[in-house]
Ligand binder design. Structure first.
Ligand code: SAM
Length: 271
């Protein structure tokens, strides 16, 4: 899979791509990430990428010509004939649809993703109309540029590409993961199914994790985790995931796959 980033700050990505999972994925050639300096697609002495907004108002706007030339230099199909099951051109924007784990899962199935980083007041809207398949926002706040958003999207999508984490179950059995029924179909014991004491989050938040030492600053790990009873551990983890989701992200419960037992447990928390 290949990511192309169009930006006025290509050097921004140097350190992000040089660490941890991203570095390993690139080194093992499962993924490539190319940055493209927008100023290389200008033709004036000052390498101008922005101009004042029509209609007046604050700030500057990224001009359409350099971004269009940058996109056209990438060898990606024009929007009218693009196969969006393989390639996608994405505009990073606070006005975009929310970037979620399920969008990351979908991006991880593509061959090519082009990410356009805005700056200043944003990008001339004709770039969006002419070239982009979607606008994505990484959250309800305004960043000063699309670079951090691009890095977030690449990180989240890249770790879902088969082979990048080594064990595919690691990225499936975590917060916002697919439903347990989907996971059961995907992971048989001989294909990396996790220990019996784990379960898919099914769209919930992950359960809390503990490691050694068993006691730290007067806080002991929950007894059940040391007991070795996989069914009890599984139930304990499920309840903690439900509890945490109810407390921090109750909106997720509306879409989560919940058993009768889960619902009974949630009701017991609410009274
Ligand atoms: N005038 C824009 C607005 O009010 O929506 C904000 C422009 S922002 C200062 C500059 C650039 O940062 C945007 O063009 C976009 O590329 C990026 N950006 C800002 N917030 C973002 C977010 N939440 N998600 C993705 N990109 C964002």
């Amino acid at each position: 899979m290949r990511f192309d980033i169009v930006t006025i700050f290509p050097e921004f990505f140097t350190s992000i791509l040089a660490h941890g999972v991203m570095r390993r994925a690139i080194a093992s050639q499962l993924v490539s990430v190319e940055t493209h300096d927008l100023r290389n697609f200008t033709h004036d002495r000052h390498r101008t990428v922005d101009d004042r907004p029509f209609g007046g108002g604050e700030g500057m706007v990224l001009k359409p010509e350099p971004i269009t030339e940058a996109i056209e230099s990438l060898g990606i199909a024009p929007k009218s004939t693009r196969d969006t099951a393989r390639e996608s051109v994405i505009l990073l924007s606070a006005q975009g649809t929310p970037f979620t784990q399920s969008v990351a899962r979908r991006l991880a199935t593509l061959d090519r993703v082009v990410l356009l980083c805005g700056r200043y007041e944003g990008v001339d809207e004709r770039v969006n109309i002419l070239h982009c398949d979607r606008e994505l926002s990484i959250g309800d706040y305004v960043l000063s540029g699309g670079e951090l958003a691009a890095a977030v999207i690449i990180d989240a999508a890249m770790r879902l590409i088969p082979g990048v984490l080594g064990n595919e179950a690691s990225s499936a059995y975590e917060s916002f993961g697919p439903a347990q029924s989907e996971l059961n179909a995907q992971f048989s014991p001989e294909h990396g199914a996790p220990p019996l004491s784990t379960h898919g989050s099914g769209g919930l938040l992950d359960y809390p994790h503990y490691t050694r030492p068993a006691e730290f600053r007067g806080l002991a790990i929950p007894d059940v985790l040391a007991g070795g009873n996989h069914d009890q551990i599984r139930r304990w983890r499920r309840e903690r995931a439900l509890e945490k989701t109810l407390r921090n992200r109750p909106d997720l419960l509306e879409k989560a796959e919940l058993s009768q037992e889960d619902r009974r447990f949630l009701r017991s928390l609410q009274f």
